[in-house]
Design a protein around this ligand. Structure first.
Ligand SMILES: Nc1nc2c(c(=O)[nH]1)N(C=O)[C@@H](CNc1ccc(C(=O)N[C@@H](CCC(=O)O)C(=O)O)cc1)CN2
Ligand SMILES: Nc1ncnc2c1ncn2[C@@H]1O[C@H](COP(=O)(O)OP(=O)(O)OP(=O)(O)O)[C@@H](O)[C@H]1O
Length: 183
């Protein structure tokens, strides 16, 4: 099995290749929308490069009366903070080519975390950027519903999991939603 750095390099290249020739979008599956409730806080993200675009999921959450939030990071080592944000509200340039909310936006606790990822497997293990930002956020907000968002080309047979890796509850791709119904 490839180690995490080798798998990341290969999957980033696969994702770039897929995004360059594809014009599909990720739509909000019914099973996702059904779980949303008015007043929930849903953390989305602004895609960078060839990452899957969660805009339709965020729009469905806003339409269901949820409050949106975006991750805010300062560097590799400091944890993510989720800051309140509304669709269309201006963003500022951050590290790693990210676009982030104004740092003065209020911090919020997410009930649903739409999570970017580099790779996933059908057991809902996730491979991220390697900074541990989301793994640490999952440990802090352990009750949140963890939903990975990806292109289907990012699926691999098995992600090598470390002890701190927290599996997802669901993964949404352009092909639909993969999840285990108990959570
Ligand atoms: N769109 C988006 N927002 C996000 C993340 C993410 O993965 N995607 N994060 C997830 O944790 C957090 C930011 N953390 C990050 C940590 C490391 C790198 C990083 O190492 N990027 C590579 C380039 C990746 C590529 O080529 O695709 C780099 O800068 O070399 C990026 C983001 C919060 N916001
Ligand atoms: N709960 C945690 N508390 C503190 N450090 C953590 C925690 N979870 C992960 N880390 C640290 O984060 C680093 C990166 O982990 P890993 O390579 O698994 O990241 P990843 O799965 O790519 O995901 P992501 O960066 O998106 O969370 C590791 O050095 C690990 O020690």
């Amino acid at each position: 099995m490839l180690d995490k750095p080798a798998l990341r390099a290969r999957l980033r290249a696969d994702r770039d290749g897929f995004a360059a020739q594809s014009s599909t979008a990720i739509l909000a599956p019914e099973a996702f929308v059904e779980r949303l409730r008015r007043g929930m806080t849903v953390a989305t993200y602004c895609p960078v490069g060839s990452e899957a675009d969660p805009t339709q999921l965020a729009a469905a959450a806003a339409a269901s009366g949820c409050t949106l939030a975006l991750p805010f990071v300062v560097d590799r080592s400091a944890p993510i903070r989720f800051l309140a944000w509304q669709l269309g509200e201006p963003l500022v340039a951050g590290p790693f080519n990210l676009r982030q909310p104004q740092p003065t936006s209020p911090e919020v606790a997410p009930d649903v975390i739409l999570t970017p990822l580099v790779g996933y497997d059908r057991r809902l293990n996730r491979l991220g950027q390697g900074a541990g930002h989301y793994d640490r956020a999952f440990a802090r907000y352990e009750k949140a519903w963890r939903v990975g968002v990806a292109w289907s080309v990012q699926e691999v047979p098995a992600i090598p999991a470390d002890i701190w890796d927290v599996p997802l509850h669901a993964i949404i791709t352009e092909e639909g939603m993969l999840w285990h119904a108990e959570k």
